[in-house]
Design a binder for this molecule. Sequence first.
Ligand SMILES: Nc1ncnc2c1ncn2[C@@H]1O[C@H](COP(=O)(O)OP(=O)(O)O)[C@@H](O)[C@H]1O
Ligand SMILES: [Mg+2]
Length: 312
Amino acid sequence: MEYVIETKDLTKFFGKRNIIYHLNLKVPKGVVYGFLGPNGAGKTTTIKMLTAALRPTYGEIRIFNLEMPQNRVEIMKNVGYMPETPIAYDDMTIFDFLTYMGRLSGLKKEEAREQAKKLMKYVGVGKLALNKIKELSSGQKQRVSFASALIGDPELLILDEPTANLDPLGRIEFIGKILSLAKEEKTIFVSSHIVSEVEKMCNYVGLINQGRLIAQGKISELTEIEENDYDVSTSDNKTAIEFLKEKPYVREVWEEENIIRVKVDPRFLDEFFLQFPKYLTSQGIRLKLFRPHTSPLERILMEKFSIGEESD
Ligand SMILES: Nc1ncnc2c1ncn2[C@@H]1O[C@H](COP(=O)(O)OP(=O)(O)O)[C@@H](O)[C@H]1O
Ligand SMILES: [Mg+2]
C-alpha cells in the first residue's frame, strides 16, 4: 500500500519527559484520517513533527515517500497545514493575509488575490475581507486558517483540531467541506478529541493516548474486531437467555435494551449457529434479529482508555 504519511518509531522527549513513544503512523492515500485522542495525548506534538515545526528526538517521517525534515520545502509545497494556534499576523486584514500566504506558496500576485477571494467565500468570511485578524473571533480565525491551508490546492491537508472554536453549525459545515474534499481524492489528516466528529468525518483513525498509538486502521474494520459477539433479538428473550446461559459454547450472555448480547467461544461457533435457532423453533420463539455485534468507535475507545467528555 502506498502511504502518504508514514512514521517509524517517531519519538519525542521534552527534556526528560517522553511525550511521544515509537509512533508508527500509516496514512494511506485518499483517506480522511482522524487522529483521535484526549487533551494532552500528544496530537499537536506529533503534528508539529510531521510539518517540521519540531524535530523528533528520534524516528523517521516520510511524507509523499520523502524524508521529513530533510525535504521540508518540497513536501510542504503540497501540504496545507492548519496549526492549533490561530494566525499570528494580527495587524493584517484577512484578504491581505491570504494573499500574502498565496504569494509565499509561489502564486503570482493576481492569482494570489483571486484565490484569497475565492477561499474567503468558501470558508464563510467573505464579508469580513477587510477586517484585521486581531478583530476576529476565534472561530473566524479558524475559518481563515482553514482557507490558508487550502491555498494552492494541496494534495495533503494536516489539520490540528480544526473545529475546536467553531459553533455547532460551523462544525457541520466544516465536516461537509472535508467530505467533499475527500471526494476529490485529497488525503486529510485531522486531529480531534471528539469521537462523534471523527465518526462523521473520517474513514480511518489512529487512536493516541499518552503518546502511544493504541489502535490504527479503517474505522469499519476496527469496529468489527469483536467478531465472536452477536446481537440477537427474539419474541421471548427471557427464555432464549435461559437457554444460552446453560451452553458451554456461550462465554457470556446478557441483555441490553431488548437486544441479547452473546459472546461465543470461537471454537464452537457451529454449535451456536446450529443449536440456538433449532431450539428457538422448537419452542415456537421467533428470531427477530441475528447479526454480528459491531462496536461503534466510542465503545472501542472506552475499552482502550477513557476519553474526556466533549468540551464544547
Ligand atoms: N514545548 C513543550 N515542552 C514541554 N512539554 C510539552 C511541550 N509541548 C507539549 N508538551 C506536553 O506534551 C504533552 C502533549 O501535548 P500536546 O501534543 O499538545 O497534546 P494534544 O495536542 O494531544 O492535546 C502534554 O503533556 C504537554 O504538556
Ligand atoms: Mg493539541
